[in-house]
Design a protein around this ligand. Structure first.
Ligand SMILES: [Zn+2]
Length: 198
C-alpha cells in the first residue's frame, strides 16, 4: 500500500484550506485524511484494473466466466446472495450467483433487470413501498393481482421473486391510492374524535 510522503501531506493541507476553508487540527489528522484518500484511490484503481482484465478475457470467453478465485467476495446484483470464485459468474451485465445467471439465460427474467435496478421490485421492496405484509404479497400473486417472475434453484425451489414494474404498474398504483385514502380516512377520524371531545 502506498504511503503519503510529508511533502504530499503539506500539499494536501494547502488544498484543503484553499478549497474548503478547513485547517487540520494536527499533523496526525492531516496525515490520516490524506492516507484515507490514497487508500480509496488504490481501491478504485484495483476495481478499474480488474474490470479491464475481465473485459479482455471476455474476448476469449464471450458468455462470461467464473469470478476470480482470489478470495474476493461480491454480492449477486439480482438476489444479493454473497458469492465468490466458482459460485459466481461475470459477464457484461455484472456479477451474479449461478442460479440468477441461469435464470437470466433461460429468460425467466429479462436481461435488462441487471442494469435497470429501478425497473423492478424485489419482494421486500413491494412490502416496504406499499406497506403490505409478505402474506398479502403471496396472496396477491396467487390471485394474479401481482405478477411475479419466480427465480428457482436447479431443484425447482423459488429462492427469489422479481416484480417488473412494467407488468405491475396498475396494481401498484391502485394499492398506493388505497393506502393513501386509508391514511386520509384515519387522519380525519382522529380529527373528528378530537372535535367531539371539543
Ligand atoms: Zn443471485
Amino acid at each position: 500500500m502506498a504511503t503519503v510522503s510529508p511533502k504530499a501531506v503539506e500539499e494536501f493541507k494547502q488544498i484543503f484550506k484553499e478549497e474548503y476553508g478547513y485547517e487540520f487540527k494536527s499533523q496526525a489528522e492531516a496525515f490520516g485524511s490524506a492516507q484515507n484518500l490514497v487508500n480509496f484511490f488504490e481501491v478504485l484503481l484495483e476495481v478499474e484494473h480488474r474490470e479491464r482484465l475481465r473485459k479482455q478475457k471476455l474476448k476469449d470467453e464471450p458468455k462470461g466466466f467464473h469470478l476470480e478465485d482470489d478470495g474476493s467476495t461480491y454480492n449477486c446484483i439480482i438476489c444479493h446472495r454473497m458469492i465468490s470464485g466458482k459460485e459466481g459468474w461475470w459477464d457484461l451485465d455484472g456479477q451474479k450467483c449461478l442460479d440468477c445467471q441461469r435464470n437470466v439465460e433461460n429468460g425467466v427474467v429479462p436481461r435488462n433487470i441487471c442494469r435497470d435496478r429501478d425497473g423492478w421490485y424485489a419482494s421486500w421492496q413491494i412490502q416496504d413501498k406499499l406497506k403490505i405484509h409478505s402474506s398479502t404479497v403471496r396472496k396477491m400473486v396467487r390471485e394474479g393481482k401481482l405478477k411475479a417472475r419466480n427465480l428457482t434453484t436447479e431443484g425447482g425451489t423459488i429462492y427469489f421473486q422479481v416484480f417488473l414494474l412494467s407488468e405491475n404498474q396498475d396494481t401498484i398504483q391502485q394499492l398506493r391510492k388505497e393506502k393513501h385514502n386509508e391514511t386520509a380516512t384515519q387522519r380525519s377520524k382522529v380529527r373528528d374524535s378530537k372535535d367531539d371531545k371539543g
